[in-house]
Design a protein around this ligand. Structure first.
Ligand code: MEV
Length: 320
């Protein structure tokens, strides 16, 4: 069971929410125009807004954050800069408000927390100020926020955070967003390394390696795109053996790009030793989380991960 933090008093109040996500196949190569498959997880970030006289207060009780954003600081953090841009885009510059955030997506675990946070705040502003934003506009604004958070995002995280569908995605001027209907819910175990994943860092790492050896990296990206294609067919027919194998091969390529880590590899081995058909890192890597597909033994995989001292949750994605 998943612990959520929304207090009862918030029931019925206007909250904005953004979904967390896992990437089944295609992280990193998606930044280079290849396809990826991602799915929402039943964890979301919620936000609500209250009017204040002046300034922007940010309160995240669970993280012990209580601060006033300083837009005039010499080098404001990326969150402050993205908020300044957001307020400007929404015509809200100078409005006083308190933004309260209820984060049920773990921070920096490769589960799309930053995009979910952006979407939650934008939606909370949408309801509080009656802005009438469409989902497409929410998504666009969240994409702008993500650019402050990690430079060259593909747009996948904000798209998942906004729409919360199992999705085949490709970046571009007109991004492709195809909702994938699963014949049945897909059971996934998420194992968390406890080591912060800084997506900006791994994305930069891959960019530098790509610049040095473009031909090799382009081939890896093409290979991953091929795995996405095969994985998509497998997903649509619940062919878990094939899907698992695509995940395993994808992990090999992510490792080749050096975005895996000691802890992630350990988690993956634990999952495979306990019957996972496929296991790989998910999201930016470097730290963060792995996902494992073990339809016959999800509970056993989760247990083994916990026994090794890591955090694990079982989720199902897609389906009813
Ligand atoms: C991060 O969740 C996924 C990456 O592919 C970056 C991106 O798509 O922007 C690593």
């Amino acid at each position: 069971t998943l612990k959520t933090e929304t207090p009862d008093t918030l029931e019925g109040e206007a909250l904005g929410a953004g979904h967390g996500k896992i990437i089944l196949l295609g992280e990193h190569s998606v930044v280079y125009g290849r396809r990826a498959i991602a799915a929402p997880i039943p964890l979301a970030i919620q936000a609500r807004i209250e009017d204040t006289r002046e300034g922007i207060e940010l309160i995240i009780p669970r993280w012990g954050v209580e601060q006033r954003l300083d837009f005039d600081a010499k080098r404001p953090p990326s969150f402050t800069r993205s908020m300044a841009r957001l307020l400007e885009s929404l015509g809200l510059t100078g409005r006083g408000m308190r933004i309260e955030i209820f984060p049920n997506v773990p921070r920096a675990m490769g589960l799309g927390g930053s995009a979910a946070l952006a979407v939650a705040v934008i939606r909370a502003m949408n309801v509080h100020f009656g802005l009438g934003l469409s989902d497409a506009r929410v998504n666009e604004l969240a994409f702008e926020c993500e650019k402050f958070a990690h430079g060259t995002p593909s747009g996948l995280d904000n798209t998942l955070a906004t729409y919360g569908d199992v999705t085949l995605f490709r970046a571009g001027e007109q991004p492709m967003r195809e909702v994938i209907e699963l014949p049945e819910p897909l059971p996934i175990v998420i194992g968390m390394s406890g080591v912060e994943s800084l997506t900006a860092k791994t994305v930069t790492r891959v960019r530098e390696a790509w610049k040095k050896n473009p031909a090799i990296y382009e081939r890896i990206f093409d290979e991953i795109d091929g795995l996405v294609g095969l994985g998509l067919d497998a997903l649509k027919t619940s062919d878990y053996d094939t899907l698992g194998e695509m995940m395993n091969v994808c992990q090999g390529l992510l490792n080749a790009m050096q975005v895996s880590s000691w802890e992630l590899e350990e988690l993956i081995q634990i999952a495979r030793n306990n019957g996972a058909l496929g296991a790989k890192l998910t999201g930016g890597g470097g730290g963060g989380s792995i996902i494992a597909l073990a339809p016959e033994n999800s509970a056993g995989v989760a247990r083994a991960i916990r026994a090794a001292g890591y955090h694990a949750i079982e989720v199902t994605v897609g389906g009813a």
